[in-house]
Design a protein around this ligand. Structure first.
Ligand code: GLC
Length: 745
């Protein structure tokens, strides 16, 4: 019954075929088709198929790690791990409706699925994926919509000791239903294509995220300076307004690295143009900003104004680059510029052209590109996007309907932008932000969560949203701090800035006509606190950068739900309002107005209150005080955490910085340093120093050794926290005095 195919195995039943293909020992793909050819994976997948040794016995495929039992009649599957645990078990596979139903076995949580306004655990919820331009009308407390800007058809099922992931690689509208109560089952299905999914097996959630990002790729190491604070508004309308924001940041001593220009910098919203009346001598303006330490990011939308004489429109028309309607005419929709046409990014020629168009901005010193409205948004239809029957042409000349391409449209634009920038400026890491995405977009771009509102509900819901994005392969994410739609208040901006300081993308942005939302807009008292937290962010830039590097290597998210490191503790499975920043710093934001204390769950182990340095034993809930200038933060005993000197902006050559050792269990940390901007690290220009802390009854011994020293290591000061003066401190086995000392490397 089971036949060997070129890659993997094939099983035929009447007119249906099941293909089974391995990508590594723990990742196996199941595809149901009407013929014996294995379809190509979508743009999401970058891993290669591999041959794996297997024992075939009747209807069973047994490898070193997995056993797959195939039902002869229905082609349903049971998958066991190598200890005989049933990991995944089909209830029903409906080929015609592209629907797979699986038994709910042991899972206590279902996580992932990217950007959704839902609690972190998806159990007993359902959702659909169809990239949509939604203005923040919904929240955790009022889930009217299911469809947001991204389609990430990937989830993780988990209990204390087992985990698996399923990536349903289908770009049509997909549906996931985890309402397990009725039938003790869950299902996923799609509106088109065929059933094509990957089962990723492993013990811990981190194994699954690692496997999923092995399959779909990882974020590239981002620029260090872009990890600072970003200030945006729709829009800074002219040169003076933008420059005055820049000056105020410096005058008021607020660290800030990135400023944005929203759509009003263009001439009549025509992409790749600049309104030179409002932004005279653009290049000179960017240079002045650069001298003050600012990087400028400009927005680029995919909608191209339909206007004779406008070069982007004319070039695209001449070369047949735009999406057509069902009758073969160029499809005209409506976006900010009025009547607009949409590049067909499915073709590599079009992507190349689009990428090259960025030269005009890059040559003027623009350092990053913000891809918005790329679902694509369209004001002229009820669906708010372009019709499903519009036509794309791929590189092989095949026609593809928009219903299949829609969910990858934004990803293809980000890909075009990424290559455009890198081709023009090869030795600088590109910064791109996209609103719309499909699985794999993390290889090109970060994500911000689109148009949220200035409400407490949206502050709160941004936490599980960003955590689930992290579990879905996206480490570089953030939601607009202060909220986009509506008017912010002092208290909301303070609390949101406290949270944003620990979210990978830290950007304050708001809509046209809302009240102003820059840090100084709510008076001196508010400014003082907001400044304190932006400065706190700058203390942990090197720590954050190291987390970003880790993510670029193994997919570990920067911010993590508690169960990421405490999977055997069931109390962590539904925590939505606390998260880990890396492994050892726990952030507990305030999500309600007027609130000045909150409950915090401390997992087992010893924790430090970051502010008071009080040592607290975990494995319980505590109540903690959180006056308006405090966000509760806890640091795990045994942590080793680098801490920067705060600067106005991140000039990458740091002269000195600190490392905090929090005495407790033994701990280790590897510090990575490079120039933060170029790709020279790929050629080996970086340094790595390993630190270890051993703590026993009488001694704390700090051992360090240098693995690589190809990038200047600054002076490092070491601080010991939590020593009650009873222990002797040794560094590389040599006794020292005091709780702070300099390290010479
Ligand atoms: C969209 C974006 C928003 C931007 C606005 C104008 O609504 O989501 O961030 O400010 O368009 O470009």
């Amino acid at each position: 019954m089971i036949q060997k195919s070129e890659y993997g195995y094939i099983i035929k039943k009447n007119d249906n075929y099941l293909h089974i293909v391995f990508y590594n020992k723990a990742i196996v793909r199941f595809v149901y088709t009407k013929d014996d050819r294995l379809p190509k994976s979508t743009q999401a997948v970058i891993a290669e198929k591999i041959n794996i040794d297997a024992e075939i016995k009747d209807n069973i495929i047994k490898t070193e790690q997995l056993q797959i039992n195939i039902d002869k009649k229905y082609l349903t599957l049971k998958v066991f791990d190598n200890e005989g645990n049933l990991i995944s078990c089909d209830k029903n596979v409906d080929f015609n409706n592209r629907r797979v139903e699986k038994h709910h076995l042991y899972e206590k949580g279902y996580y992932g699925l990217g950007e959704k306004y839902e609690w972190i655990n998806r159990i007993n919820t359902s959702t659909t994926n169809w990239n949509s331009d939604v203005i923040g009308l919904t929240s955790l407390h009022n889930s009217v919509f299911k469809e947001y800007h991204t389609a990430i058809p990937f989830f993780i099922g988990m209990d204390e000791s087992k985990s698996y992931g399923i990536f349903f690689d289908n770009t049509f509208r997909t549906e996931f239903d985890f309402n397990i109560q009725l039938n003790k089952s869950f299902y996923f299905r799609s509106e088109g294509g065929h059933i094509d999914y990957y089962l990723i097996c492993g013990g811990n959630v981190s194994d699954i995220v690692k496997g999923y990002t092995y399959l779909t790729g990882r974020m590239n190491l981002p620029r260090k300076d872009f990890l600072g604070y970003h200030q945006c508004r729709y829009s800074y309308m002219n040169r003076d307004e933008l420059m005055s924001v820049a000056k105020k940041m410096r005058e008021k001593n607020i660290p800030c690295d990135v400023l944005y220009l929203d759509i009003d910098y263009m001439k009549n919203y025509k992409v790749f143009t600049i309104d030179s009346q409002r932004f005279n001598d653009f290049k000179d303006m960017v240079k002045k900003l650069e001298e003050m330490g600012f990087k400028l990011v400009t927005i680029i939308d995919p909608g191209v104004k339909k206007e004779e004489g406008y070069s982007v429109y004319e070039e695209g028309m001449e070369n047949n680059y735009f999406i057509k309607d069902a009758f073969g005419e160029v499809y005209v929709g409506e976006v900010w510029p009025g009547d607009s046409v949409f590049p067909d990014f499915l073709r590599s020629k079009v992507r190349k052209w689009w990428g090259e168009l960025h030269k005009s901005l890059l040559d003027k010193g623009v350092e990053g590109i913000w891809n918005d409205m790329n679902e694509p948004a369209n004001f002229s239809t009820q669906s708010k996007t372009i019709p499903k029957d519009t036509v794309h042409i791929n590189d092989e000349g095949e026609r593809k309907l928009h219903s299949e391409i829609h969910n990858i449209y934004g990803m293809l634009e980000a890909q075009a932008t990424y290559h455009g920038i890198i081709n023009h400026i090869p030795n600088k890491r590109p910064f791109i932000l996209t609103r719309s995405a499909y699985s794999g977009t993390q290889r090109y771009s970060g994500i911000w969560a689109g148009d949220n509102t200035s409400t407490w509900e949206h502050l709160e819901s941004s936490i599980p949203m960003n955590l689930n994005l992290g579990l879905s392969g996206f480490s570089y994410t953030g939601s607009d701090v202060g909220g986009h739609c509506g008017d912010c208040t002092a208290e909301l901006l303070i609390r949101w800035t406290q949270l944003g300081a620990f979210i990978p993308l830290f950007r304050n942005h708001t809509v046209k006509d809302s009240i102003r939302q820059e840090p100084w807009c709510f008076g001196e008292d508010a400014l003082k606190i907001i400044r304190k937290y932006i400065r706190l962010r700058y203390k942990y830039i090197t720590y954050l950068y190291n987390l970003m590097r880790e993510s670029s290597i193994n997919g570990n998210p920067v911010i993590r739900p508690l169960f990421y490191h405490y999977q055997n503790d069931e109390n962590t499975y539904n925590i939505n309002d606390q998260f880990l920043f890396g492994e050892n710093m726990m952030i507990c934001p305030i999500t309600r107005p007027g609130q000045s204390n909150r409950m915090v769950y401390l997992p087992k182990g010893e924790w430090y209150d970051y502010w008071t340095e009080e040592r607290i034993t975990g494995g319980r809930n505590i109540i903690t005080q959180a006056d308006i200038d405090v966000i509760p933060i806890y640091v795990k005993g045994g942590s080793i955490i680098p801490r920067d000197e705060v600067r106005e902006f991140i000039d990458v050559s740091i002269k000195s910085f600190n490392i905090d050792f929090y005495v407790g269990e033994s701990g280790s940390y590897s510090l990575y340093l490079d120039d933060g901007i170029s790709f020279d690290y790929i050629k080996g220009k970086y340094s790595i120093i390993h630190f270890q802390m051993e703590s026993n009854n009488n001694e704390i011994n700090i051992i360090y050794n240098i693995e690589k020293n190809k990038y200047t290591v600054p002076n490092i000061k070491i601080y010991i926290h939590g020593n009650d003066n009873t222990k002797t401190i040794l560094v590389n086995n040599k006794k020292i005095t005091g709780s702070c000392f300099k390290l010479k490397i």
